[in-house]
Ligand binder design. Structure first.
Ligand SMILES: [Zn+2]
Length: 527
């Protein structure tokens, strides 16, 4: 196969379809930052949303024109075909598309006869005319036109003849792409491959065939890959699979699947290794953490819970990993617990670049056993484990020294609870005393501690907490119940988790918080 045939275009719709996910909203600044990240990754197309749909999108397209400096990606405005029985030159949506001033536009078209007659309440002839007129109009105004064929697969299963006519209407008028959409997400890979193959035989010579899948059967990634097998050379999806209901096809899986397993070219040379960072940065911007178990980019994607075969992994890592994690910018992680033997600890130390002698390794094993007995769980708290190992080797954190911490919660009748924390710390020879209010004790001590040390360490502004989990452990032992706190933080690129255990929930939280900041500072200063 020629090089040309191995190119599969990547069309990202995180900023349009992706933002349909419940509980996510993005500001105009967020959207600009996400577009920059997608360009850094090197996708072919970035769909920005509907120009003119609401004040936020109007502002986004206006600012994108001057502030977005894309070096790799083509920016795309999204809209729809003209209204039934309307005129193209009087159509508001088409005019908004032109006003967005993008080189390419993507319009959604009805390609299922059921949707034309039921949803649009018009004839099939008018349905195809809407597509033909709109493509012709936009092409006439110098735009590259991609057509999203909505409900294509469901329509094709009912009435393939009409679906072909809808495709032809777009192709004849000069659409560059026809994108077959599994809008309800109900199709399976063998159906997708079969239908795409038929479409490819019919119009594949005249147009690029695209695929747009939703994950309602859990097959969106497989369906997109099946479409490529059937002849599609343009894949639409979102970073991290964001999207309404069960999500859109996940580009963070599709891109490496196509590029590393099937030798297709999706991104420019040298960009695939940005995948993990871009995935995490976008998740961070949208305040929606990456699933730890996400293929390729999740924090557990290349994590090994080292048991009996630990030494085998150390000898031949590639025997236990499906790809070299560096190819996607991720890394191998060894998960360590009280069950760990000497070899595991040694391997973890190598991984962290620490040199531990035999006595220190024994010390770490003893500490782990003792602490896990008290309720610590280091498997879930890699950052605390690293600090523990460093301390066993004689390291001490020199960033700050806490003199005291106090937290007070008041209930004032008729008003809300109020919480206030005071932290006294030393940074070198300087003493700082800071008080902060918070919406709870953890928030208050976090704010006070940061204020106290932020002057010396401005990089703390980039570090913030992403998750706080509390578990009450009752081992039925004489000591009674203890509280385990797991605290996750991020600097926008790396995520880490620390742990604190105590009979007192404030103390447990404080321990985890202090370690979280120390870990963040340690890794921000040593690069
Ligand atoms: Zn969609």
């Amino acid at each position: 196969m020629s090089h040309q045939n191995r190119k599969v275009e990547i069309f990202d719709t995180t900023l349009r379809d992706g933002l349909q996910v419940e509980g996510v909203s993005a500001t105009v600044d967020d959207k600009l930052r996400i577009a920059e990240q997608l360009d850094h990754l090197g996708v072919d197309f970035i769909e920005g949303g509907w120009p003119g749909a609401n004040p936020k999108d109007i502002e986004f397209f206006r600012r994108a024109e001057t502030e977005l400096d894309l070096t790799t990606s083509t920016f795309v405005a999204f809209g729809s075909t003209r209204r039934p029985r309307g005129k193209v030159d009087e159509d508001v949506t088409l005019q908004n598309l032109l006003d967005a001033n993008t080189a390419a536009v993507c319009i959604v078209a009805k390609s299922s006869d059921y949707h034309v007659t039921q949803a649009l309440q018009t004839t099939l002839e008018e349905g195809t005319a809407m597509i033909a007129d709109s493509v012709e109009f936009l092409r006439g105004n110098g735009r590259m036109v991609l057509v999203d064929m909505e409900h294509f697969f469901d329509g094709f299963k009912q009435n393939p003849e009409f679906s072909f006519r809808a495709l032809e209407a777009a192709v004849v008028k000069g659409a560059s792409h026809v994108v077959l959409c599994d809008t309800n997400g109900g199709s399976l890979p063998h159906e997708i491959e079969d239908i795409v193959r038929q479409v490819n035989a019919h119009v594949g010579k005249d147009v690029t065939i695209g695929i747009h899948c939703h994950d309602d059967t859990g097959c969106a990634v497989a369906n997109s890959m099946a479409a490529v097998r059937g002849g599609a050379r343009h894949v639409q999806g979102t970073l991290n699979g964001l999207g309404e209901r069960t999500g859109n096809a996940n580009l963070t899986s599709i891109i490496p699947n196509l590029q590393l397993k099937q030798n297709y070219v999706c991104l420019p040379e040298g960009r695939l290794e940005h995948l993990t960072v871009v995935s995490h940065r976008i998740a961070e911007t949208l305040n929606r953490a990456v699933n730890p178990q996400a293929p390729y980019v999740g924090s557990s994607a290349f994590a090994h819970k080292a048991g009996l075969h630990v030494s085998a992994i150390a000898r031949a890592k590639d025997a236990y990993e499906h790809i070299d994690p560096a190819l996607v910018g991720n890394g191998t992680r060894f998960v360590v617990s009280e069950m760990a033997g000497r070899a595991t600890i040694q391997m973890k130390a190598d991984d962290l670049g620490l040199t531990l002698d035999g006595a220190v390794v024994n010390q770490v094993i003893d500490d782990l056993k003792r602490l896990e007995h008290e309720g610590y769980h280091f498997e879930a708290a890699d950052a605390s484990l690293e600090l523990l190992m460093r301390r066993a080797a004689g390291w001490e954190q020199h960033f700050f020294k806490v003199e005291s911490m106090r937290v007070i919660t008041d209930e004032i009748p008729g008003a809300a609870f109020s919480t206030e924390a005071t932290v006294k710390v030393w940074v070198g020879e300087e003493r700082f005393v800071f008080t902060a209010e918070g919406n709870g004790p953890v928030n208050a001590i976090d704010t006070a501690l940061r204020r106290a040390v932020q002057k010396a360490y401005p990089q703390l502004a980039n570090i913030h907490l992403t998750d706080y989990k509390v578990r009450i452990l009752d081992g039925g032992e004489a000591t009674g119940a203890v509280t385990r706190v797991l605290l996750s933080a991020t600097d926008g690129v790396t995520d880490w988790t620390t742990i604190g255990v105590s009979a007192n929930i404030i103390e447990a939280s404080w321990r985890a918080l202090e370690e979280s900041l120390v870990y963040g500072l340690l890794h921000s200063t040593d690069g």
